[in-house]
Write a protein that binds this ligand. Structure first.
Ligand code: FRU
Length: 373
């Protein structure tokens, strides 16, 4: 098992010195009740089964990365208490490095009560009025624990990581973390760059500026074949200030000088919040919010996923629904992790999107995550 003791600050390198993927965001306890049909309000019913499961987007993505075989680490806040002991032990069980988890002195570990509607053998998730199949209804309490700060992030030895993924939460602090990575990258040759990605899942106004940050590093003159392409900052309305001297990150591109920059993932919820009715529509409409050269990805449940790549190319993958929808909790986190896994291994955007949909589809056919590979 790769995990170290809680509070350890310097994770050991992965197997054979392999760099890790770090996910920054939420870990919580999910108390999941599987029901045959979604209950009516104020009713008293039995469920089919019940379990505790470690949850939270970043934590779920770590589970998936670990199952896919990628050395990975989790960074997020932990409250004292039994629930935190449970999630910590579970992260370790999957071999996720927890040396960067931030113990908080007070507060309570975020927890979700999840009602998971058992499948009726259909491939469609019908969210309306309890006719659902494989649907998950989440009620989360996560406002009683301080978030990880940019100061906490100072302790991260960036040279240990090849990719850092943020689940958008406390945007201002996270923006500062991303800027630290950008500074790190600018001072180093492309082979040492840390690639980054961000997921904006919740349609909260304060999170949206993160879409415009931290994913494209452009090397200075001579920094590599992709260096000095000279594209400017994103011009999109609402894009946060990337900070003085900001330049995006651009990988070692061939030919055109653009590699897939670490992506921005936006959820169907965010897309719908802006009034878009499909992933391609959302990409078209929201593209101005990411920097030129960044990849924007939007998964849309049974419609699969779409992306716009660094050169503006549109990519699509159909969904791969299981025969029977069993459990969709964490399907989006699974998709993100699988896409990051594939991109970090140098696969094309099309391959990564298809892989993401395949693994997410498999996840929807099982309870929890064991069995996605
Ligand atoms: C799934 C999930 C759950 C958690 C909730 C938090 O994506 O991470 O594990 O309860 O979302 O929003």
């Amino acid at each position: 098992m790769a995990a170290g003791a809680a509070g350890r600050r310097d994770p050991e390198p992965g197997p054979a010195g392999e760099k890790r993927i770090l996910c920054v965001g939420l870990v919580c306890l999910d108390i999941i009740s599987v029901v045959e049909a979604y209950p009516a309000e104020d009713s008293d019913t039995r469920c089919v089964s019940q379990r505790w499961q470690r949850g939270g987007n970043a934590s779920n993505s770590c589970t998936v990365l670990a199952l896919l075989g990628a050395p990975c680490a989790f960074m997020g806040s932990l409250a004292p208490g039994l629930a935190a002991d449970f999630v910590l032990a579970d992260l370790r069980r999957y071999g996720v490095d927890v040396g960067l988890a931030v113990p908080q002195a007070g507060g309570s570990l975020p927890a979700s009560v999840v009602i998971a509607s058992a499948s009726r053998g259909t491939r469609t998730i019908l969210h309306a009025h309890g006719a659902a199949s494989g649907s998950r209804t989440i009620v989360l309490y996560d406002t009683n624990l301080p978030e990880v700060t940019a100061r906490d992030f100072e302790r991260v030895d960036l040279s240990q990581y090849k990719w850092i993924h943020w689940e958008a939460r406390n945007a201002a602090e996270q923006a500062a973390m991303m800027r630290r990575v950008e500074r790190h990258n600018r001072a180093r040759p492309p082979a040492e760059w840390v690639r980054t990605s961000v997921e904006v899942e919740k349609p909260r106004a304060e999170l949206l500026p993160l879409m415009g940050l931290g994913h494209v590093v452009r090397g200075g003159a001579g920094a590599g074949p992709g260096g000095g392409a000279g594209r400017g900052r994103g011009s999109g309305a609402g894009v946060g200030d990337p900070g003085p001297g900001h330049r995006g990150v651009q990988g070692r591109g061939a030919g055109a000088g653009l590699e897939q920059a670490g992506p921005v993932f936006i959820s169907k919820d965010v897309a719908q919040h802006f009034g878009y009715r499909s992933a391609p529509e959302a990409l078209q409409g929201l593209r101005s919010r990411v920097q030129p050269g960044a990849t924007l990805i939007c998964a849309w449940a049974e419609a699969g996923a779409d992306a716009v790549g660094p050169g503006g190319e549109l990519v699509h993958s159909d969904a791969f629904p299981p025969e029977t929808l069993v459990d969709t909790l964490g399907a989006g986190d699974t998709f993100n992790a699988a896409v990051i896994f594939a991109l970090s291994a140098g696969r094309s955007l099309q391959d990564a999107l298809t892989f993401g949909c395949q693994i997410a589809g498999r996840k929807c056919g099982i309870q929890g995550f064991d069995g996605i590979v």
